[in-house]
Design a protein around this ligand. Sequence first.
Ligand code: NAP
Length: 394
Amino acid sequence: MVHRVAIVGAGPSGFYAADGLLRLQPGLRIDLIDRLPTPFGLVRAGVAPDHQGTKAVARQFDRLLDQPGVRFAGNVEVGRDLGWEDLRQAYDAVIVATGRVIDRKLGVPGEELPFVWGSWKFVAWLNGHPDFRRGPDLGAVRRVAVIGNGNVALDVARVLAKSAEEMAKSDIVAEADAAIASAPLSDIWVIGRRGPQHASFTGNELAEMGRLGRAVALVDPASLDVEVPKTDPTPERLRKMKNIEILRSFAANQPGSKPVALHFLFNAAPVAFRPGEVELTTGTLAADLVVTCIGYDGIEVPKGEGVFAVGWARRGPTGTIPTNRADSHAVAQQVIAWLKERDPKSGPDLLSRSVDAAGWQRIDKAEVAAGTAQGRPRVKFADWQRLLDIAQGG
Ligand code: NAP
């Protein structure tokens, strides 16, 4: 008998946990459970559709699904189809890799208005997540306020700012692609509540904002007269100094030189939203769409003996995809140490009706084939039933 581990959440932290476990104990039986019929979590639904290089990590994860003993179990929702306690009873260890998928709230008046979107909902729509098929109506959207100074804010601003040609090699869903291409966009503001020396952008992502075909990045040079906090550790200081250098290059750009103006606005915190405008601590800004990119909350992580959390479910919503590798590998070591102390259980198979790896491979093949016809990496299928039908060979 071999130990069996259930990993709940087939996103990056879940796959890296599986990878870590197999490196330490080849032959272990691992079930990677996800509520969607498709694996890869944030890589599929959260990474911006034009960042295909980042999404390429999915190929490594696909290879893990080919390993003997590893099973994908999609379309299984813990809390609906089975309980955490069922998993704890049936498996020798349970790893919670459910990420963070709830948009944080600013807690200011007007946040519930329909023109205010959270980034999770917005990016999931771009990415064809089957639960988020309806996006904002962009038909009359000229001015967009993007709240937050992290890489998600850059993702949102960039995908809105890019031309249809620049998105042609992405896997953005057709509805979102068409809506953005036909929106009468003129201005996008990326708004930070603190100064540029505190922004959490990373250099490559910020620099990319200066190379957009139809949008010119702009910033008031007066807002860049700042110093990076001396108390920051060196890598942080270097990252922030690079950000400020890049922003200074944007300050030299010519307003009006491209059809869309992409403004970086600092030291401006949102106070209230009213239809068509955002009240900031620095004044009122006209905006037809607001996307808040201020981080995510998650479900409460279940606790108990033999239950381990990884990734954003454990650490909170920080760090890039590779950050999860070391993190999940470290937790995998703890799991193996736990298993060593125990004899394997003989639990029931709770997952016999799930979408398996072969089902996912059918979806993958069909999406890639549809994409090839359009010169795209894939065309995502965003309809639950269609995904299930294809997985079942329909
Ligand atoms: P983040 O980097 O933590 O940024 C969140 C931003 O929201 C911060 O600027 C924060 O400002 C702001 N914020 C929080 N509460 C606010 C409030 N009440 N009012 C106004 N602003 C508020 O998080 P993220 O952008 O969601 O990204 C999550 C993680 O994924 C990050 O580690 C990021 O680097 C990573 N990621 C990476 C990529 C990439 O590599 N291409 C792409 C996307 C995401 P304060 O600093 O003032 O709190």
